[in-house]
Design a protein around this ligand. Structure first.
Ligand SMILES: Cc1cc2nc3c(=O)[nH]c(=O)nc-3n(C[C@H](O)[C@H](O)[C@H](O)COP(=O)(O)OP(=O)(O)OC[C@H]3O[C@@H](n4cnc5c(N)ncnc54)[C@H](O)[C@@H]3O)c2cc1C
Length: 299
């Protein structure tokens, strides 16, 4: 069988693409290995009608809705290889299946590398987050830190400051703030600590202290960090899709990449402000582009 579309990745981007393709009377193979980016968090915010939803609850609701469309099939597997072949695309999965499709939607999301600081991982998604629009409301007015080892920290601090003025800025020993930025933060009363961090201490996901190499520590109950982001899957590069110069994939308004028949949606397409609802919207648009382009071929 040759599917109208193979969707690789079943986060909100891939799931919404599957829904719209099903509703467009298209056959779609949704290949997903169930490792969404927000799996570390307890609840998700900011998705209208689903504010405060648990990640697995969100996915189960989506599976239920997509299950109503008989032309969509879910493959619970990892896509291992993707290649163009005989005018279509061939996907080989970890379940030793070959999925052939006329078009591809890449919705594999991104990989996050957290700062290499002991204690950060068990707290990430519980009291340490990366997206202030997702989790800032719950942390408002609490004693927080903002940590980044990358340029752009000053802008991030300004944003978090809107949610809590009880802030401390951490660079983990990296020179990522200019002297002008440090002076502006001093005037605002926001302390900056550039000393390397020894560890984060916490209890059952709740941050209690940031400990520095000198042995000094500061009590905090939450914070925001900037992880390093990279593509979770290599398929866009392997297929020759043009990158966007900022880690993502160059796409048009509807998610078409530079390679005919290949579309991208969600975090994988654009590194930047990312939320479930943004990814879902991009998945919907990519599905419309797939359907429109297939109609053009067929009509
Ligand atoms: C700690 C944390 C908290 C967050 N909180 C919120 C929040 O409150 N609200 C909000 O809106 N957003 C939140 N986000 C952001 C949100 O999780 C992402 O923006 C969203 O998940 C992006 O959706 P996506 O479909 O692009 O990618 P993902 O959700 O990451 O989905 C990608 C899917 O592709 C699959 N996949 C990858 N490679 C392969 C492969 N080779 N084969 C098969 N499957 C593959 C993965 O397993 C995964 O299921 C949070 C993120 C983090 C890290």
């Amino acid at each position: 069988m040759i599917w109208d579309c193979a969707i690789i990745g079943g986060g909100p981007a891939g799931l919404n693409a599957a829904l719209v393709l099903g509703r467009s009377r298209r056959t779609a193979a949704l290949i997903d290995n169930d490792q969404p980016r927000n799996r570390v968090t307890l609840v998700s915010h900011g998705y209208l009608t689903r504010d405060g939803v648990r990640p697995e609850q969100f996915r189960n609701l989506a599976y239920e809705e997509i299950g109503r469309y008989s032309t969509v099939r879910r493959f619970r597997a990892t896509a291992l290889e993707v290649s163009p072949s005989r005018g279509a695309f061939r996907v080989i999965t970890s379940m030793r299946e070959e999925v052939w499709a006329r078009t591809l939607i890449l919705a594999t999301g991104l990989h996050e590398t957290l700062p290499r600081i002991p204690g950060v991982e068990p707290l990430y998604g519980k009291s340490i987050f990366n997206c202030v629009y997702c989790d800032g409301y719950e942390l408002q007015d609490r004693p927080l830190f903002v940590l980044s080892e990358q340029p752009g920290l000053y802008h991030f601090v300004k944003t978090v400051h809107h949610w809590s003025r009880d802030l401390i800025v951490l660079t983990n020993g990296k020179p990522v703030l200019t002297s002008v930025e440090k002076e502006k933060l001093r005037v605002k009363g926001v302390p900056v600590v550039e000393e390397p961090i020894h560890s984060f201490r916490g209890d059952e996901g709740r941050l209690t202290e940031v400990v520095f190499h000198s042995g000094a520590f500061v009590q905090r109950t939450g914070g925001f960090i900037v992880p390093h982001w990279s593509q979770k899957a290599p398929f866009a590069a392997q297929l020759g899709c043009q990158p966007d110069g900022a880690g993502g994939i160059a796409v048009d308004e509807l998610g078409r990449t530079s390679v005919k028949g290949v579309y991208a949606a969600g975090d994988t397409a654009r590194f930047g402000p990312s939320q479930l609802i943004i990814a879902a919207g991009q998945g919907s648009k990519a599905a419309m582009a797939v359907n429109a382009d297939l109609i053009d071929e067929e009509f």
